[in-house]
Structure formats: C-alpha cells, structure tokens
Ligand binder design. Structure first.
Ligand SMILES: NC(=O)c1ccc[n+]([C@@H]2O[C@H](COP(=O)([O-])OP(=O)(O)OC[C@H]3O[C@@H](n4cnc5c(N)ncnc54)[C@H](O)[C@@H]3O)[C@@H](O)[C@H]2O)c1
Length: 309
C-alpha cells in the first residue's frame, strides 16, 4: 500500500465531488491534507464534512497565493472547470482554469519538488474509433474542455522532461457516487421534481463508462506510489452503459417503468461524445487496481440516499 501517512498533501479542487471523497480517504490514511479551492462549484458542506483537512480558499489562477502555501510532498490537482457545454460557450474561461491553472499548479509542484497527480479526462480521446479505448489511442479532443485537458497533460509532460518532476496523469471516465453531479444526479433531480416524465438530452444512445468514486479514490491513492511515476492511466470500470439503459435501470428501481414517459431531445450539446468505454488493462496490471462497484448494483443505494424509495 502506498505510504501517505504523515505526508503533506495539497488537494486542489478538494471541495468538489471527487475532492471530497479523496480528501476523506487521505486523512483516514493519516496524511496532513490541505484543500485549496475557490468554491466556484465546490461546496462548503464538503469542507465541513472533512474536519481533519485544512482549508484555504483560493484560486489556482492566483499564482502568488498558490506559491505562498506551505511546502507539500504530494499534490493532487483536481481543480477545474468540469462542464463540457460550459467550455463550448466560454472557451477562454475554460482555457484559463484548465490550461493556465494547471500550469500554475505545476509551478507550485516545481517549487516544492512535489509529486504531482493530475486529473485528466476521457474527453482527451474525443469520439474514439477504438473501443474499448487504451491510453495510447492519444489525443483527439472534440470539445474545448477536452482540449484544455490535453494542454494540461502536455505541460505536465514537459515538466517531467525538462524539470524532472514526478507526475502521474489519470484520465477519469464518468465518476459517480454520493454528492455527484452529472447524468445520474440529473435524472434523480428530474424524477424527484416530476416522476411522470424524464427527458434525456441527446438520443439516449450515448454510452458512458461509469466508475464509482470510492474505487476511483483507491486508484488515486495507488497513483502516488513509486511505480506510477511518469505514467498515464485510464480509470474507468472497463464497461459501457447506454444512457437510455441507465434511465430504464433507475425507473425499474423506482418502480416507475411504464409510468414515466421517457423522451429524448435527439440533439445533444456541442462537444458531446458518443461512447466512452475505457480499456483499463494498464491500471489493473501496473497500478494493481481493480474497480469493484458495478453501477447496476449501486444505483439503488444512490436513489435511497436521496430518500426517493
Ligand atoms: N466527475 C467526473 O465524472 C470527471 C470525469 C473526468 C474528469 N474529471 C476531473 O476530475 C476533477 C474533479 O472533478 P469533480 O467531478 O470533482 O468536479 P467538481 O466541480 O465537483 O470539483 C472541481 C473543484 O474545483 C474547484 N475549482 C474550480 N475552478 C477553480 C479555480 N480556478 N481555483 C480553485 N478551485 C477551483 C471547484 O470549486 C470544485 O470544488 C476535475 O479536474 C475534472 O475535470 C471528473
């Protein structure tokens, strides 16, 4: 097991969905964790529920403030603008946060000689023609968000090459779990408001690789190990689920099959991807990580947490 006990760890974006779960795990392992977050999409509640972590409110675009933080051994860089349609409407803002912001965090890592773990995304693959998609498929972004993550990855590679920084790049598939945002949360919101109808944005035939946040947090811890230095990993479940099937699974759990009218807009948002399905062979072999939670088994828990059953 990766030894993080007593290590000083910075988690940018630690007030967000994934940051919350990661921070909790790191403090349980005995690490001294500092969350650095501007709370643009992160929540104070996530900070309050992680009392063992120290919180500094700040922006990754504020290089001076970032560099003035104490010295860290490990940095998890999760802070980002995470919404694909928003990136298409606000490409310069997306670029600032995800590209320049990542460069600033790399500068902090360079100053501290810290180990860096960077949260990238399936969006760097765009609409892959190879499924399941392995890491070496390479960059084919299809949205401004995907491109800004590519830029972050490319800067990380240069910092490894030129400054010898120890970096691991993790490309996440669709992460879900308690406190999540995204399609599952969206469907629960809609059905809670009105169980008579459910509108799916797009054709419903889009498919996603859903990985549970507790499996992901385990991989994030393993990624701080020596054997992950200089490597890039896909983190997904290694299976793909159509959005229409996801909707039907949820309706079945809620006993709403044949009661809720499901419609599709047929037109999706700009930059939307058709199918995400990760090849996770490399993470299994080299990180020694195997995701355990299947979405079909976990949906019931998520729905119950919302008190919808
Ligand atoms: N959730 C997913 O399915 C998914 C999939 C692929 C990649 N990712 C990546 O994982 C990371 C975490 O995503 P998440 O789902 O937890 O999103 P999130 O929106 O819940 O968390 C992002 C956090 O970053 C903070 N933040 C944003 N801009 C900032 C800035 N300029 N300075 C400081 N803090 C800032 C937000 O306040 C928020 O707390 C992101 O890098 C995202 O791109 C997530």
């Amino acid at each position: 097991m990766t030894q993080l006990k007593g290590k000083n760890i910075l988690v940018t974006g630690g007030a967000g969905f994934i940051g919350f779960h990661l921070t909790k795990k790191l403090t349980e392992l005995g690490a001294n964790v500092t969350i650095y977050d501007n709370l643009s999409s992160g929540k104070l509640e996530n900070i309050k529920d992680n009392p063992k972590a120290t919180f500094t409110k700040g922006d990754i675009l504020d290089l001076k403030k970032l560099l003035a933080l104490p010295k860290f051994d490990v940095i998890y860089h999760l802070a980002a603008q995470v919404v694909v349609p928003y990136s298409m409407e606000n490409p310069t803002e997306d670029f600032e946060t995800n590209a320049r912001g990542t460069l600033n965090v790399l500068e902090k890592a360079r100053k501290d000689k810290a180990r860096l773990i960077f949260a990238s995304s399936a969006a760097v693959y765009g609409n892959p023609t190879k499924l399941p998609t392995p890491e070496e498929y390479g960059f084919h972004p299809f949205s401004c968000y995907g491109l800004s993550k590519v830029v972050g990855e490319e800067y990380a590679q240069i910092y490894t090459l030129q400054y010898g920084l120890e970096i691991t790049i993790l490309r996440f598939a669709n992460v879900y779990g308690s406190r999540c945002h995204g399609v599952i949360n969206d469907f629960m919101d809609k059905l809670q408001k009105n169980p008579d109808k459910l509108e799916i944005i797009g054709t419903g035939q889009q498919a996603r690789d859903f990985v549970h946040v507790s499996d992901l947090a385990e991989a994030l811890v393993l990624a701080a190990g020596e054997n992950a230095v200089g490597k890039t990993f896909n983190l997904g479940f290694g299976k793909t689920t159509k959005i229409i099937d996801l909707a039907n699974m949820m309706l079945k759990i809620l006993k709403l099959t044949n009661k809720t009218k499901v419609t599709t807009t047929n037109v999706s948002w700009q930059g939307d991807i058709n199918t995400i399905w990760f090849d996770i062979t490399k993470a299994k072999k080299e990180l020694n990580w195997t995701p355990k939670i299947r979405i079909e088994d976990h949906l019931q828990t998520l729905i119950a947490e919302r008190k919808m059953l």
